[in-house]
Write a protein that binds this ligand. Sequence first.
Ligand code: NDP
Length: 305
Amino acid sequence: MTAQLIDGKAFSARIRAQVAEHVTRLKADHDLTPGLAVVLVGEDPASQVYVRSKGKQTVEAGMASFEHKLEADTSEADLLALIDRLNADPEVHGILVQLPLPKHLNEDLVINSIDPAKDVDGFHISNVGLLGTGQKSMVPCTPLGCLMMLRDFHGSLSGLDAVVIGRSNIVGKPMAQLLLGDSCTVTIAHSRTRDLPEVVRRADIVVAAVGRPEMVPGDWIKPGATVIDVGINRIDAPEKGVKEDGSVKTRLVGDCHFDSCAAVAGAITPVPGGVGPMTIACLLANTVTACCRAHGLAEPEGLTA
Ligand code: NDP
């Protein structure tokens, strides 16, 4: 391996420590405790794990955590009424509705009913528009985490060629906007892109957000490029043996083939332990930012885009 490892676990711990420091100051100087409300509808096991982890890290950072667990058959009217109450609650500075929602609920309607100033996921249409026009917004957590890692590693990103593989509203598009905001020359690739290997070979920065295990091999990577692997894919790992129920054990891999990419790249994020831990750290950072903005206070430096 020639690439420098970008350690998201260590970096996210630094971000969380910065958040906690800011929370301490907000309490001491302004008697303010930033609060994050997380709404979970239904019992999706992966969502339950995320929500637990978000609540735990919120409390560890000294903030208030409000968890709202609703039955899977909750009506849209009841969910919207809860969001209205959270919008009006001065102790709640950030609201996150865990996605995906059960099929009978209209996700766009629900997300767009959150007060944009409290939309710490950055998915509200107003925040999408603000980000797209280069104005101050709440920025989606995963791309914000990627941007922080890139800024930390490179310093200035100005003039660098960046390729984002994936055009989802959650990762690919906001990632591209953020890189553009930092003056990269940005290409967004997707499933219809012609000659993806050649497109990727031009890039000084590659952000892969596809959801296809180890799709990007090392021979697509320009020597010395920085590779940010957003993908989280679970694949069979027969080398690890079998579980108690007889099924093959699994392991997590990214969208990039780690060993071959790391042999060519200048820097790379691992999976797990790269982008993943940054997402919750940025959620906490966004909650502190939202609290400061709500009270007209200076925003924490280095925690926003
Ligand atoms: P989506 O499925 O919403 O988007 C995937 C994108 O990849 C689409 O734009 C699609 O193109 C593109 N794509 C699919 N196949 C190809 C291909 N063969 N060549 C080029 N592009 C292709 O995924 P998300 O953006 O939500 O997530 C992407 C990955 O990131 C997933 O593995 C997810 O688990 C992970 N993730 C990780 C997070 C973290 O915290 N680390 C947070 C969020 C996501 P098209 O639009 O043309 O269909």
